[in-house]
Ligand binder design. Structure first.
Ligand SMILES: [Mn+2]
Length: 345
């Protein structure tokens, strides 16, 4: 409809909700997911959506994510504590899409989605706003505020600013014009001392011990770095991968951890010739699920698909090197200007 914003359409839809509306970010919510959920909560509340809650599954693991909940009064609860959640309720997925491995399919009907990951196809949503070219979901939510002339309160502006900071690695990873515009507009509304405090809470003492062990496992092959983490802590994997990519000469990181239920994989790429999402899909091919962005992606292989006599380390390295060599050979044979897109898409 002419002049109707995305927020208008979403609110119109949610007004029809038979009972409660749950905002659901991905499991183990990170700062971008928490900020986006908080921002959307305020937007929907200000537009008169009542019976609203933010619900997530699993654990909030990282110190900075936990600190955000207190600093910004985030009304978020665990799915297991949402006693009124049921089939009659609707959900808006945030920073994730239905069927992705990192989101629990709760009893609610997922009627809407706002995300910045690669498009996983129409899952029967009544509202969808998926922008894979944007570096953070927080920038999309910030856009909803400014587009609708709603001023984000200080706690929301600060959370969204921090979400952009984290998901774009300080505007250096996959940042779009929207991330930069929203960063600029949020900045004067935010409390920078809170950002400073969060930056000072990015790892816990326990994390440090896990990192120390993990960094001993780092192995380099050309531009690729491999790291194995002996922990069930999901969010550390990506952060450890970021550190591996920052090693001089290394542009691609593969971090993985073995769990009782399978192997969790996180990939990073700072190379224009290799997409993290293509790499992870190659690693899990025929055995599990994976996806993400050009610069960061994740995947999972369930334990039942693993062969006991195959070493996980060898398996991951074999597949990653095969991907690297074939993409590298391919790109060397192609016209240089076309090589990245020709092979990778
Ligand atoms: Mn995100």
């Amino acid at each position: 409809m002419n002049g109707e914003t995305k927020l208008d359409s979403l609110v119109k839809l949610l007004m029809e909700a038979p009972d409660e509306v749950f905002i659901q970010p991905h499991n183990v919510p990170d700062p971008d997911a928490i900020a986006s959920s908080l921002g959307l909560y305020h937007l929907l509340e200000s537009r008169g959506i009542k019976k609203l809650a933010i619900v997530y599954d699993r654990e909030i693991e990282k110190a900075n994510s936990l600190r955000m909940l207190d600093l910004f009064n985030v009304p978020i609860i665990r799915a297991s504590e949402a006693t009124t959640l049921g089939e009659e309720d609707w959900a808006v997925l945030v920073d994730v899409q239905k069927s992705n491995a990192n989101v629990t399919d709760l009893a609610t009907d997922e009627v809407a989605v706002i995300d910045h990951h690669e498009y996983l196809g129409n899952k029967g949503y009544k509202f969808e706003d998926i922008r894979p070219n944007v570096g953070s979901c927080s920038a999309i939510i910030a856009d909803y505020f400014f587009e609708n002339k709603i001023l984000p309160p200080c706690n929301v502006a600060t959370a969204l600013l921090y979400g952009i900071y984290m998901d774009t690695d300080d505007l250096t990873r996959g940042a779009s014009t929207l991330d930069i515009d929203m960063f600029y507009r949020l900045y004067p509304l935010a409390n920078i001392s809170c950002i400073v405090e969060l930056r000072g809470n990015e790892i816990s003492v326990d994390d440090l011990a896990l990192y120390a062990e993990a960094f001993k496992t780092v192995e380099i092959y050309d531009e690729m770095g491999f790291l194995r983490l002996e922990s069930a802590n999901d969010s550390l994997l990506g952060a450890a991968g970021d550190i591996v990519v920052s090693i001089s000469g290394v542009n691609i990181a593969i971090a993985y951890a073995r769990r009782a239920n399978g192997i969790k994989i996180s990939t990073r790429s700072a190379s224009p010739h290799y997409y993290a999402s293509d790499l992870v899909r190659c690693l899990v091919d025929g055995m599990g699920t994976g996806g993400g962005h050009n610069h960061m992606a994740g995947g999972f292989i369930p334990a039942e698909n693993l062969t006991p006599l195959r070493s996980i380390d060898t398996f991951i390295k074999h597949r990653a090197i095969a991907f690297y060599e074939s993409a590298g050979n391919k790109s060397r044979h192609d016209d240089s200007s076309l090589r990245a897109t020709a092979f990778l898409r």
